[in-house]
Design a protein around this ligand. Structure first.
Ligand code: DGJ
Length: 731
């Protein structure tokens, strides 16, 4: 009977679409088109009832028609049609050897899954296509949304079990993006590790599969769930077709990039299939994470700018109007765990004096937290360090016209804590097996309802009892022994998904209860940065590496995928703890001003000159931060390619362009290469303001956008580790 219902729905929607199209014979009911920004995305139901990619790229005229797609030919008996058809969402069945989007084991041991079109619903920017297995009551709603401004497509899928019995999902993806056959595709992605995140890689796409992944329980920095693909011949910041994709998921994840038998490229992403399963009961649905995909014909720089625009206007918690990041001070590198009322008050006074707007007390304020050996889990104020609670410090910070932020690491517990002594069963573990510690801590099993409730309640109380504007939410190790002894055997692996959902739920609920609260996603640096967490947090910490030269490289890698609007960057000590490299205060400021500025140095060691210089830099930053945080970023010279690094940000209204230039070391009397600006109005006049450094003495004070872009500008930078900054104001 149910089959009959689906059939009737199909006929009805088909008829409506047919009439709407003016009655041609091209069967428009089988073709679905999404347009947004400068992008068109078209899929269709092919002659085998599969959902198939038709076109993804530059926006096509509205009058362009598409024919019903034909499924791919079997190449041979070794590569049946299911492997050569660019299917948008595949079940593992029908001789499929490429990455499936869904693989299920049924209670009877059967594992065959063949999904065919059942019906669809559409609205302006959305399309849902429901697929159904050829015999079982399994429905997959393949979901699309296109962002009207950037054309970024959001893919996801909802798997419904109406079979009458539970089944086990062995692998699930949000969907597959396809690029047509080409022989010169090039893949861009990032690799990394603690203090060395955001290392850009590029490699040709060859036959076979490339898997980028995290098996760590959270996003990780070894890979980040983001890729770009362009044609090798087009490798240019501002020219050429680029497709990009990013998964919004902060748990273990994978992106598989497969060049198939006909050299088409498939990009499939979802929760990592390694050690994964999800036990789905009858009547339940499984919603996948969002998998975003975009296109730009303006090179990798254009693709990054599109992503930045999307993140700021559509993704961040307060999009399209997220607040500009305040200049913050953070105590970590100054005091580590040795925080107390007097010391923090003294730092706060100094921070306020240079123009800081937010004072953040880092680790060490709670429980018996005097080192990383104890205290995590006990979120009560340490009475020795803060005999009167946090209130006197917070009041002091407010009296200095700053707001107050606090460090927390709520998903972790030290075995040396009251919480662990009371609830040793709350951590991820396999029964009777050792528990591997990282930084002397274990991971709380957030997938447990009682742990979720405890973490939520403890943070809620902290925020109710204290006037806290900002939480720096840290996470300093990855999973080991990911067992959930209290869960039934068949549901053990649900923890991979349920942990992340619980984490998101806590963030969401805290935001609802405390609407003015801002949160930073920090994970010992940049180990939890992705489009999932960015939807629930206001900023991220890209790396614990605060060496201002290293930061040029890290920040460049970061901005391929993520906006400077969330990229926190602190000015810290010189020589840096990372490399023992000595850098001037100006250099350190200019490097950090490319993102969202913070200060993390020990202000107790600063001279009067340092304070004066910092005051000036912070004042300048406030005058350009909207341009840096909201504007269009142009990576003019890459620190990876030589001695120089130059970035330019152009404000959205086009009135201001801010350029940062850095020299590693000059040699053989060579001048700094000429800088050619981008993104200016050719005919408008711009006045030059040199905020730091010197321009060649024949540089005009005013010139047209055309002059600055085509003639260029010469910066006088010589020596080692030098930096300059100039601003162009449109008249
Ligand atoms: C790791 C963070 O990335 C640091 O900034 C600092 O907050 C420490 N944790 C504190 O333990």
């Amino acid at each position: 009977m149910k089959h009959l219902t689906w059939f009737i729905v199909f006929i009805t929607t088909a008829a409506l679409a047919f009439q709407g199209s003016g009655g041609t014979t091209r069967a428009p009911q089988r073709v679905f088109r999404l347009d947004g920004g400068e992008v068109t995305y078209v899929v269709g139901v092919n002659d085998s009832g599969q959902l198939q990619m038709i076109y993804w790229g530059k926006r096509l005229p509205a009058s362009q028609e598409f024919t019903t797609p034909k499924s791919g030919q079997s190449l041979s008996s070794f590569d049946m049609s299911s492997n050569t058809t660019p299917q948008e969402f595949t079940g593992w069945g029908e001789g499929l050897y490429v990455e499936p989007d869904l693989k299920i084991t049924f209670p009877d041991g059967n594992r065959d899954l063949v999904l065919k079109y059942a019906y669809h619903t559409t609205s302006r920017d959305e399309l849902d296509v429901v697929m159904k297995d050829i015999s079982r009551e399994i429905y997959v709603k393949v979901q699309y949304h296109i962002d009207p401004t950037t054309g970024i497509v959001r893919r996801s899928a909802e798997v419904s079990n109406r079979t009458g019995t539970p089944f086990t999902i062995e692998q699930v993806a949000s969907g597959t993006y396809h690029l047509p056959r080409a022989t010169n595709y090039q893949l861009h992605y990032v690799t990394g590790r603690w203090a060395g995140e955001w290392d850009l890689q590029q490699q040709p796409i060859h036959g076979g599969k490339t898997v980028l992944e995290s098996r760590r329980g959270t996003t990780g920095s070894q890979n980040n769930p983001w890729i770009m693909i362009n044609h090798a011949s087009d490798h240019d910041e501002d020219q050429g077709d680029v497709w990009f994709a990013a998964l919004g998921w902060s748990g273990s994840w994978q992106i598989a990039i497969v060049q198939d038998a006909v050299k088409g490229v498939r990009v499939t992403a979802g929760p990592n299939a390694f050690d994964f399963s999800y036990y789905l009961k009858n009547g339940e649905t499984f919603q996948t994470p969002y998998f975003y995909g975009g296109f730009s014909d303006r090179g990798v720089g254009g693709a990054s700018r599109l992503l930045h625009r999307f993140e700021v206007d559509s993704l961040l918690p307060h999009a399209p109007h997220p607040k500009l990041r305040p200049v913050l001070y953070n105590s970590w590198e100054a005091t580590t765990f040795n925080v107390d009322e007097t010391g923090q008050m003294a730092l706060a006074e100094k921070a306020a004096d240079i123009g800081v707007e937010r004072f953040v007390m880092d680790d060490g304020w709670f429980g018996r937290r005097n080192s990383d050996h104890a205290g995590l889990g006990d979120w009560t104020v340490n009475p020795t360090k803060f005999p009167h609670g946090l209130k006197p410090l917070i009041d002091k910070v407010h009296s200095l016209h700053m707001d107050f932020g606090l460090w927390v690491e709520p998903e972790m517990v030290n075995p040396d804590s009251d919480l662990y002594r009371k609830h040793p069963e709350w951590v991820l573990n396999f029964k009777g097996r050792p528990r591997t510690e990282g930084r002397n801590q274990l991971v709380l099993n957030l997938a447990r309802e009682d742990v979720h409730d405890y973490v939520l309640q403890v943070l809620d109380k902290l925020l109710n009892d204290n006037d806290i504007a900002f939480l720096k939410w840290d996470y300093n190790r990855n999973w080991s022994e990911p067992g959930s002894p209290a869960a039934p055997a068949e549901q053990q692996k649900n923890v991979y998904v349920n942990f992340t959902r619980s984490y998101y739920d806590i963030l969401q609920k805290l935001r609802e209860k405390h609407p003015n609260l801002e949160i930073e996603s920090c994970s010992g640096g940049g180990s939890r940065v992705d489009l999932g967490v960015m939807h629930l947090t206001d900023e991220v910490w890209p790396s614990d590496n605060t060496d201002a030269y290293d930061r040029l490289l890290l920040q460049e890698g970061f901005t391929y995928a993520y906006t400077p609007a969330v990229m926190m960057a602190w000015v810290t000590e010189s020589p840096t703890w990372v490399n023992q490299r000595s850098l001037s205060l100006d250099y350190r400021f200019l490097s950090a001003m490319q993102g969202s500025l913070g200060v993390g140095a020990n202000l107790n060691k600063w001279t009067q000159e340092d304070f004066a210089a910092a005051r000036k830099m912070i004042e300048t930053y406030k005058s350009i931060r909207e341009t840096v945080q909201r504007g269009d970023l142009y990576r003019l010279m890459s620190p990876r390619e030589g001695e120089q690094s130059v970035t330019e940000s152009v404000s959205r209204d086009g009135k201001q362009a801010v350029t940062f230039a850095f020299l590693h070391s000059s040699s053989q009397l060579y001048p700094f290469p000429r800088i050619y600006l981008r993104g200016l109005d050719e005919n408008a006049t711009y006045t030059l303001r040199v905020a730091h450094g010197t321009m060649r003495d024949d540089t005009p004070q005013q010139a047209t956008g055309g002059y600055w872009m085509h003639h260029g500008i010469d910066v006088e930078l010589r020596g080692d580790l030098q930096a300059a900054m100039f601003i162009l104001d449109r008249q």
